[in-house]
Design a protein around this ligand. Structure first.
Ligand code: PMM
Length: 296
């Protein structure tokens, strides 16, 4: 007897976070002047808070607040500047009842954001950028997303050599999981992320998406963040001029990837616009039941 609940729904959930019977949706709040996807739109504290509240009202399960742009070539803000950007936003959104994730590579920022009410740390460096990060997360007894990462944004485009991108990403994620567990993070509080766009060529992103099941088979909840990324802009380039599709025009393509992500049993997608993504998630959960019945 097949289990109709097992297709189109997460293979695994993260402890201490919402567990709806479908893939989760994380809305992005970039409090940055220079993110590639929406740079500057929510840089003012009040705009960022309003945007986060809107994402929650639209149905986001989590909101991911970040103060450092990780676009290729980006320079890092100071710690003080990153704190100034994110802490008031985290505090207000958490006070309003949102489940807030802090997108940071810095232990100090994570620690203060958790004190301000964040419930998840999203570290795109998988604990590599700051030697104190995993200890902070373990001590706070909160979940963490460990993303596959090879270096800061100013040099990540030089770090795109792989024998086999999927095998290598998996092999490089395993020691990050082991390090988190060794630091005292509970295994059921760990999610993993292949890091689309981080030290990857355009084709690497497609290969990772095509073989997502191998990453899900690592038996940790998987977060996917394809939203508006450049590999989509390249795919959708204007056939006459060759010009890349701008980030705001990549949402339909993002949602086209949401359905296979859910059918591959990812845990969560991180996106810039929520309503269409949530619709896609519901479609995938329902369709997944039929696929399961049909034995697909
Ligand atoms: N990408 C960005 C920022 N944070 N977090 C995770 N876990 N995975 C990602 O791929 C990721 C991330 C950069 O994209 P943005 O400018 O749209 O925030």
């Amino acid at each position: 007897m097949t289990d109709p609940a097992s297709c189109g729904r997460p293979a695994r959930y993260v402890a201490d976070l919402p567990q709806p019977p479908r893939m989760l949706v994380m809305g992005v709040v970039n409090v940055t002047p220079d993110s590639f996807s929406d740079g500057g739109s929510w840089f003012e504290t009040s705009d960022a808070i309003a945007h986060g509240l809107q994402l929650v009202a639209e149905g986001a399960d989590l909101v991911d607040v970040g103060g450092e742009s990780t676009r290729p070539g980006a320079q890092r803000p100071s710690v003080d500047e990153e704190l100034r950007r994110v802490i008031p936003v985290v505090r207000e959104l958490a006070a309003a009842g949102a489940v807030v994730s802090i997108d940071t590579m810095r232990a100090t920022v994570a620690e203060q954001a958790l004190a301000a009410g964040a419930r998840l740390v999203n570290d795109v460096s998988g604990g590599l950028a700051d030697p104190n990060m995993l200890d902070v997360v373990a001590a706070a007894e909160v979940p963490i997303v460990l993303m596959h990462w090879r270096g800061h944004s100013d040099r990540m485009q030089e770090l795109t050599r792989y024998d086999d991108v999927v095998t290598d990403v998996i092999a490089e994620l395993r020691p990050r999981i082991d390090a988190a567990v060794a630091a005292g993070v509970r295994p059921d509080r760990i999610a993993i992320d292949p890091g689309l766009g981080f030290a990857k060529t355009w084709d690497h992103n497609w290969t990772l998406l095509g073989r997502m099941r191998e990453i899900v088979a690592m038996d940790f909840p998987v977060l996917l963040a394809a939203s508006r990324k450049t590999f989509l802009g390249v795919l959708l380039s204007d056939p006459r001029t060759g010009e890349r599709r701008p980030p705001a025009g990549r949402d339909a393509a993002t949602d086209a990837l949401t359905v296979p992500a859910a059918l591959d049993r990812a845990w969560c997608v991180r996106v810039h616009t929520v309503p269409a993504t949530l619709d896609a998630v519901h479609v995938a959960a329902r369709l997944g039941e039929e696929y399961q019945k049909a034995g697909r």
